[in-house]
Design a protein. Structure first.
Length: 233
């Protein structure tokens, strides 16, 4: 049974979403501010977190930043209808996805299940004989899907599940262009719709993380109007 942490200062959202997730078989922990959640996570990290952005004591952005220093568990942000800047910033900081308020609880459940399935496949080494789970080396890049580890020029890079899958999809075929639609298929379940901007934000954050260990990193190229490709260095 996966443990889902819900962090939101709206008690109505906490109550209704918790009831829905529990009915779907999840174990749910609820917190109405970021500080309480952070203290609890320091003792025991959940399998996944759903975070509101605007909260008292510690907002969702600050909580996410602190979490990413310790864990790469999947994180979904809950954002207000017009908070496009917060959405993009959250993705760049390490969130795996976002859902706008007001939202369909069924959509939220599907996004949670999609992220947990990907995390479980990585953790358990599911389908270990496939291309997606074999060790891969491309020049300075080394990826081990079964351990969810990435190194660049021997330096470890901590990636979320979504970032890992996007980098893997691009690096599997150096020189070949992957469209945004193709990358969406890699990173998201069929029932989950995301727009081009979401993929672009993930790629920007992925580049930033790679450049944090090598400021000359340029292996991921934007092919304007089409998508992205990986150029082996």
């Amino acid at each position: 049974m996966s443990r889902i942490a819900l962090v939101d200062d709206d008690r109505n959202i906490l109550t209704s979403v918790a009831m829905t997730l529990e009915a779907e078989g999840f174990e749910v922990e609820t917190y109405n501010d970021g500080q309480s959640a952070f203290e609890a996570f320091s003792r025991r990290m959940p399998d996944m977190a759903v975070l509101d952005i605007k909260m008292p004591r510690m907002d969702g952005m600050d909580l996410l930043q602190r979490m990413r220093q310790k864990t790469s568990i999947p994180v979904i942000f809950l954002t207000s209808k017009d908070d496009e800047i917060d959405e993009v910033l959250g993705l760049r900081m390490g969130a795996d996805d976002y859902v706008k308020k007001p939202f369909s609880q069924r959509l939220l459940v599907e996004r949670i299940r999609a992220l947990l399935r990907r995390q479980e496949a990585i953790n358990t080494g599911e389908a270990a004989a496939t291309e997606e789970t074999r060790m891969m080396e491309r020049g300075a890049l080394r990826m081990d899907p079964l351990r969810h580890s990435v190194t660049w020029k021997g330096k470890e890079v901590a990636l979320t599940v979504t970032e890992f899958l996007l980098l893997q999809a691009l690096a599997q075929r150096p020189g070949f262009v992957k469209s945004r639609d193709q990358l969406m298929d890699v990173a998201y379940d069929d029932q989950v719709y995301v727009d081009d901007r979401t993929i672009d934000s993930h790629i920007k954050r992925l580049r930033k993380k790679m450049r944090s260990v090598d400021d000359t990193f340029s292996a991921i190229e934007t092919v304007y109007g089409i998508g992205y490709r990986y150029n082996e260095e």
